[in-house]
Design a protein around this ligand. Structure first.
Ligand code: NAD
Ligand code: 0WE
Length: 254
């Protein structure tokens, strides 16, 4: 029970296939108490059904583009948790059209939207969480290789993930003196709701199976277990880093 007595707040559960849900299960398995946020009414029922399978789990609405919703989510959280140990950011969005054309065509509007939801939100949430992380803490965000190498069609999301990874380092520097660690997990392609909307995703899974050292795709439970490690005392010396949970794919040059 590596997380006994710890409280975790998780953003980004949409359904049972969400990476955030796998992280929730891994944290709860090691004894953490959970709070799950959901983006809006569209997801409320499904997230509440999942939450009901883990006794004591709190659910809260929060659209991360809205400052007042972030403030009220933390205000509500304070009523259930007297302190917070772990914040998990599993949130990303870009307009579908921006993931289907060339990067050079990205509109100002589409660029801002992807940055706001997928990158800036980490800083906004870290700032809101800091006052509740009175015993130190661990902040974990999900990222993808498209931040540092060109993955065709990842486009504006790649730029947003590059900003997210830089934010992880600056937040780690700012919050380190309070013993709050900030790290990223760069996961290989996983068949979630966010991935299913991508044309050619099945082909990407095949390429990873063929080229990666482990010759298989990333399982969502592998990401959950790495997040559990980052939330635990075992990772106490690690901050500002990106851990790759990708069957080793990212080490390859050919
Ligand atoms: P998912 O669709 O299950 O999760 C994405 C979540 O983002 C959803 O819960 C959605 O509600 C939330 N979201 C979008 N806009 C929001 C907003 N304005 N406010 C609040 N929440 C909002 O898909 P997933 O694959 O589990 O994605 C989780 C994270 O993992 C993302 O950051 C994604 O970039 C990252 N990631 C995914 C893969 C993959 O292949 N699936 C690989 C590497 C990293
Ligand atoms: O981060 C992601 C996907 C995030 C995502 C997915 C969607 C689909 C539906 C963001 N916005 C949207 N908008 C929608 O309308 N991944 C890491 C998965 C992913 O997406 C890709 C990939 C991979 C891998 C897009 C192109 C190429 C590779």
């Amino acid at each position: 029970m590596l997380l006994e007595g710890k409280n975790a707040l998780i953003f980004g559960v949409a359904n049972k296939r969400s990476i955030a849900w796998s992280i929730a299960q891994a944290l709860s398995r090691e004894g953490a108490r959970l709070a799950l946020t959901y983006q809006g009414e569209r997801l409320e029922e499904g997230v509440k059904e999942l939450a009901a399978t883990v006794p004591g789990t709190v659910t809260l609405p929060c659209d991360v583009t809205r400052d007042e919703q972030i403030a009220s989510a933390f205000c509500e959280l304070k009523k259930s948790f007297n302190h917070l140990d772990t914040l998990v950011h599993c949130v990303a969005f870009a307009k579908k059209e921006d993931l289907e054309t060339n990067f050079v065509s990205t509109s100002r509007d589409g660029y801002h939207l992807a940055q706001d939801i997928s990158s800036y939100s980490l800083t906004a949430l870290a700032r809101a969480a800091e006052p509740m992380m009175t015993q130190g803490g661990s902040i974990i965000a999900l990222t993808y290789l498209g931040s540092e190498k060109v993955v065709p069609k990842y486009n504006v999301m790649g730029v947003a993930k590059a900003a997210l990874e830089a934010s992880i380092r600056y937040l780690a520097y700012d919050l380190g003196p309070k013993n709050i660690r900030v790290n990223g997990i760069s996961a290989g392609p996983i068949n979630t709701l966010a991935a299913r909307g991508i044309s050619g995703f099945t082909k990407m899974l095949e390429i990873v199976r063929e080229k990666s050292p482990l010759k298989r795709n990333t399982e969502v439970s592998e990401v959950g277990d790495t997040a559990m490690f980052l939330a635990s005392h075992l990772s106490r010396g690690i901050t500002g880093n990106i851990l790759y949970v990708d069957s080793g794919y990212s080490i390859m040059g050919m």
